[in-house]
Design a protein around this ligand. Structure first.
Ligand SMILES: [Zn+2]
Length: 186
């Protein structure tokens, strides 16, 4: 009886996460990674809850997540939004920053709890940046890219000492997006 209850609870969590991620227009592959559901079951969840319910505003996205990093540093506003996401990932214990400012993933591999934490961080980001520039899949890309410490890193502002997301190859003026957006002498 308890085994059945546990299985039911675990399936319920998988489906709740699939719904939450479809709502954010996550790609099928990303949903599969976190929920463990097959593509076919994800398609059924989408068809049952979104397409049939007339919620055609939610698109079903296929294929790989965006891989480029240019969007995160395109403008100070985008850089600020990417930095907000990193702070939220750290608060959600998905990432940690060590003393040498390197970013590490705290999760061995995606699972249901991981997916819910990413969703919660992304939802908080949307509240903080109502005109957000980064979609769920871009937020997902950022989470994985920054912990590789290769194309992106955390730079430190020379004015406020705040950390911000920066392109490793960019000419860094060491001014964080908050200071850049608030103006004043650089
Ligand atoms: Zn600053």
């Amino acid at each position: 009886m308890r085994l059945t209850d546990n299985r039911y609870a675990s399936e319920k969590q998988q489906f709740e996460l699939a719904l939450r991620m479809i709502h954010h227009e996550a790609r099928t592959r990303t949903i599969r990674l976190c929920t463990g559901l097959s593509d076919d079951r994800i398609r059924k969840v989408y068809t049952t809850y979104f397409r049939n319910a007339g919620q055609v505003v939610v698109k079903r996205r296929r294929g790989k997540s965006p891989q480029q990093i240019g969007l995160f540093v395109k403008t100070p506003q985008n850089q600020l939004e990417a930095t907000t996401l990193i702070a939220l990932y750290c608060a959600s214990l998905l990432l940690r920053v060590d003393a040498a400012n390197k970013v590490h993933s705290c999760w061995p591999r995606p699972d249901v709890e991981y997916g819910h934490r990413v969703c919660r961080a992304f939802e908080t980001y949307l509240l903080l940046h109502p005109k957000s520039s980064l979609s769920f899949e871009w937020a997902w890309n950022l989470l994985h890219n920054i912990s590789r410490n290769s194309e992106l890193y955390l730079a430190i502002c020379r004015r406020c000492r705040g950390k911000y997301v920066q392109d490793t190859c960019a000419l860094d003026k060491r001014i964080c997006p908050s200071c850049a957006l608030s103006g004043g002498p650089h």
